[in-house]
Design a binder for this molecule. Structure first.
Ligand code: PNS
Length: 164
């Protein structure tokens, strides 16, 4: 089946930044598993089914991209699925410490698992799911952050001001 990689994240919700990284990974590798971490501790705003649904609507058209939920250790899930690398986006130096720690931990847990970093596209270096949640919760326009096909669902859920 060629080279399989896993692109893990909370995707709560997916943003243009994630979509850019997933699309670029799909152009480089044979099979990209987008793994939505079922993390109840982080208290996500969207259920795993909703997060998977948003991803399906935005990157589901890419033929070599598979979207799944996963629980437990990423290193174990990657081994189970035969993934040789984790793909993560790096936006700024501030991401580096956390990402480096995760990469080294995952390699300790699964020595066959490398982490590949994609430099985020310059236009998305400021963007995160937290920014989307923060802006939408205050009734702000999130059209620069998430695609139109998922905008309403995300905005209506997050906007606590109800002025839309
Ligand atoms: O989008 P996020 O929230 O930055 O993604 C973080 C994620 C899901 C990649 C990370 O929390 C993760 O891999 N969780 C799975 C549990 C695990 O393997 N933990 C140990 C690795 S440090």
């Amino acid at each position: 089946m060629g080279r399989t990689v896993i692109c893990p994240g909370s995707f709560d919700p997916v943003t243009f930044g994630h979509i850019d990284i997933i699309t670029r990974a799909a152009g480089m590798f044979d099979h990209v598993i987008v793994g939505v971490f079922i993390n109840m501790e982080k208290k996500p705003n969207f259920t795993v089914e909703e997060r998977i649904g948003f991803l399906k609507r935005t990157v589901g058209h890419l033929p070599n991209v598979e979207i799944v939920g996963f629980d437990g250790l990423l290193a174990d899930y990657a081994r189970e699925r035969g993934a040789t690398a984790i793909v993560r986006g790096l936006r700024a130096v501030s991401d580096f410490e956390y990402e480096f720690q995760m990469a080294l931990t995952n390699r300790k847990l699964n020595p066959e698992l490398d982490t590949v970093f994609f430099a985020s596209d310059a236009q998305y270096t400021y963007l995160s799911s937290s920014i989307v949640k923060n802006v939408a919760s205050l009734g702000g326009d999130i059209s620069n952050f998430v695609p139109a096909c998922i905008y309403d669902e995300i905005f209506e859920r997050l906007n606590t001001k109800g002025n839309h």
